[in-house]
Design a protein around this ligand. Structure first.
Ligand code: DGJ
Length: 708
């Protein structure tokens, strides 16, 4: 809902209010919902601005920088007009949020150049998240250059800590909270992809609550917090201005990616709001609200070393345990026997597939499993048919040796010919295999951004526009297919991708102990509905540590369950355990995948952590609790739960695990379960000796309401 009182606009969400004074481009208020409805005049003259430009007395970081035709960079955008739109405008070429709501359009003009700046704020009927974007239009008769156009600027007053989600390959989205004090801090990516290193989701936390920001974009991004001596805390988020210079011919426009922002009283409330928003207004298509299949992926089971027999053996064992989908990972095409060759050759390796993709897929389908396929469409190996026939498809700077990460180069997706080629060959793979699921991988970031006739300052963004053109065409062509994104694990885990891929491979690290943190970090800004989580073999291939099969399953229940190991090598007992796990998961899948998801304890500090999923009506819930260390003679591990109905009584039981038969069962009030700490006296009872092991101790709790 958007209300107007003269120049003042109140943007209302179910629990928050944002107040903007349009003529002076001021923020008057953003926070807990206002119910009194007015009295804004005394608050006029706020130093909190909705955008900032070079050329005035505001020397805090800018949201807009425009290079005029004469090379000068001063602008004086002043209020021109405003409108409330009932249809949310599309952002040409870029993914954005969707749904019913209202959009405030504000227009500011720089009179000397006639450049126009538009800002858009969309509020949805059912969400506390507000979508914000901006656009520059060249109204002059000369070419200009956009040097920076942030998607959103929010000015606050006071000091905030800046929470970011940083990491590396196999250690994505670790929560880091920084006191900035006075000064500037940037969280950004210059890698061409949103990156493993610094996710675009950030939070500013202060005494008045928490403000979360994210960007619907998968490329270079930048989120900054500057706190000045005069008390202003400015947050600016958008496309990274690193190497960025976009030419605007007369009449042309440049649109920023869309950002989202949300105020909430606590981190938990912020996460719930972000989860609901992503599930409702970002993820789309047939699979949006559908239960996701339990899959088996052969990658860690075989790597490149497989043939028809091995694959069918895994599929057969998987079927026996209740798995629903078999995913054939890297290695099925061209002469791909390692990561040095064949990327780009999307034709069947007859030998490894035993007679072609369709032949193998049909055999798997005959077993009663669905078939899914891995592709890495944006890449090329120099040792490939594609490179030999089209060396100019690769992204390279002429006359320079390209950087070869994982022995591969990126394709020049900024070129329309390459885009069309990728759409054609990948569509053919999906069609000829009849796949009902596609895993879209991207195993390296960009290093040689270059394309003939493409200005360097435009390259990164033109790559992204090409990428979105490809994924949008392919996903539209195959509306029934479930798409899982991947980027050497979770390197492009962002809202841009979730507009096309209903789920994402969270990390290449499948170690339960590491996964607990990665999933907890991811859950601050993203719902469990997008997080692929697999049970893999031990010792773990990434860390060398071992955890019991039941622990690996418990932790994988924090996302979308899959298995990623050679299931044909499981012992009879392990097969039974896995079958029981999958049966349990299927019975509780709706709750686990689509319930309200909370973090328990603290995965980034202390010994106790976990997660909990609560049904919308709060009648049922499942929690996984874990201790990361067995502290000899230490305190009894204990935990409190979240999200229950405080006045209801719950029957609480623990899931029987093969390594824990002593099932707990009791009834307790929701308020007690949430406010007191439940001691877990026998959490360490399953202490078998695991070789070389830093391990977790986990239990799964099931809650059923027995009295209101
Ligand atoms: C990286 C992915 O994250 C893995 O799951 C696997 O698909 C490999 N790439 C295959 O090359």
């Amino acid at each position: 809902m958007i209300r107007r009182k003269g120049p003042v606009f109140c943007l209302e969400t179910p629990n928050t209010t944002l107040v903007i004074k349009a003529d002076t481009a001021e923020y008057l208020y953003y926070g807990k919902k206002l119910v009194s409805g007015g009295g804004f005049e005394p608050f006029f003259g706020s130093p909190r601005k909705i955008f900032s430009q070079y050329g005035g007395d505001d020397y805090t970081e800018y949201s807009v920088l425009l290079e005029n035709a004469d090379g000068g960079m001063s602008t004086a955008f002043a209020f021109s007009k405003c409108k409330i739109l009932t249809e949310k405008p599309e952002i040409a070429g870029l993914p954005s949020s969707y749904g019913t709501g209202k959009t405030l359009e504000l227009k500011y003009v720089d009179l000397p150049t006639k450049a126009a700046l538009y800002l858009y704020y969309t509020v949805f009927d059912d969400s506390d998240v507000i979508a914000v974007s901006s656009k520059l239009v060249n109204g002059s008769k000369k070419e200009m250059h956009v040097r920076r156009l942030a998607s959103v600027q929010l000015d606050l007053m006071g000091d905030y800590s800046f929470v970011t989600f940083e990491g590396t390959w196999a250690r994505e989205r670790q929560k880091i909270s920084r006191e900035i004090g006075k000064g500037v801090f940037y969280n950004d990516s210059k890698k061409g992809g949103s990156s493993h290193d610094r996710n675009p989701f950030v939070i500013a936390e202060g005494e008045d609550g928490v403000y979360g920001f994210n960007l619907i974009y998968s490329g270079n991004h930048k989120e900054l917090l500057e706190q000045t001596q005069s008390g202003r805390a400015r947050i600016v988020c958008g496309i990274n201005d690193f190497m960025f210079r976009w030419a605007l011919a007369p009449g042309e426009e440049f649109a920023s990616p869309e950002a989202v922002m949300c105020y909430a009283p606590s981190e938990d409330a912020l996460s719930l709001a972000m989860h609901a928003f992503i599930s409702e207004h970002i993820v789309r298509g047939k699979w949006k609200k559908r239960e996701r299949p339990v899959l088996v992926n052969n990658w860690e089971g075989t790597y490149f070393d497989f043939n028809e027999e091995k694959i069918l053996n895994i599929a057969r064992a998987a079927k026996e345990t209740g798995v629903e989908l078999f995913v054939l990972d890297d290695g099925w095409f061209g002469n791909r026997c390692d990561d040095r060759r064949a990327l780009g050759d999307w034709f069947d390796n007859e030998e490894k597939t035993g007679g072609g993709l369709k032949h193998l897929a049909d055999k798997i389908r005959e077993m009663g499993l669905d078939f899914g396929i891995w592709v890495e469409p944006e890449m090329i190996n120099e040792d490939s048919e594609l490179y030999r026939s089209h060396p100019n498809f690769a992204m390279k700077v002429p006359g320079r040796e390209p950087t070869r990460m994982r022995n591969q180069l990126c394709l020049n997706l900024a070129d329309e010919k390459v885009q069309n080629y990728v759409v054609r060959v990948i569509s053919d793979v999906i069609a000829r295999s009849g796949a009902s699921y596609v895993k879209w991988d991207y195993n390296r970031m960009l290093t040689d951004p270059f394309g003939k006739n493409i200005p360097q300052g435009e390259y990164f963004h033109r790559y992204m526009l090409g990428y979105y053109r490809i994924v949008s065409r392919i996903t539209k062509k195959f509306p029934s297919v479930l798409f899982e994104g991947c980027s050497g694990g979770g390197g492009r885990f962002d809202l841009g991708n979730f507009c096309y891929f209903q789920q994402y491979w969270t990390s290449d690290d499948t170690d339960a102990r590491e996964r607990l943190k990665i999933q907890a970090g991811s859950s601050y800004g993203y719902p469990q509905t997008v997080m692929g989580a697999h049970v893999s073999a031990c010792p773990n291939h990434q860390t060398g540590d071992s955890n019991p099969l039941e622990t690996r399953f418990n932790i994988a229940c924090g996302g979308l369950l899959g298995y990623e190991l050679d299931m044909s090598k499981l012992t009879e007992d392990e097969m039974k355990t896995v079958a029981a796990q999958i049966a349990f998961y299927k019975e509780n899948r709706k709750l686990l995948q689509f319930g309200d998801h909370y973090r328990l304890g603290d995965a980034f500090g202390g010994n106790m952590a976990g997660f909990m999923t609560v049904s919308k009506d709060k009648n049922t819930a499942i929690a996984v609790v874990s201790a990361s260390e067995y502290i000899i003679c230490g305190p009894v591990p204990s935990i409190s739960f979240k999200g229950l109905n405080p006045s209801a009584v719950y029957e609480v039981t623990t899931r029987e695990q093969v390594n824990y038969k002593n099932v707990l069962s009791f009834t307790a009030g929701g308020d007690l379960l949430m406010n007191a700490k439940l001691p877990l006296h026998d959490l360490y009872s399953d202490t078998q000796s695991w070789e070389n092991s830093r391990r977790l101790y986990t239990r799964m709790f099931i809650f059923k309401k027995v009295k209101s």
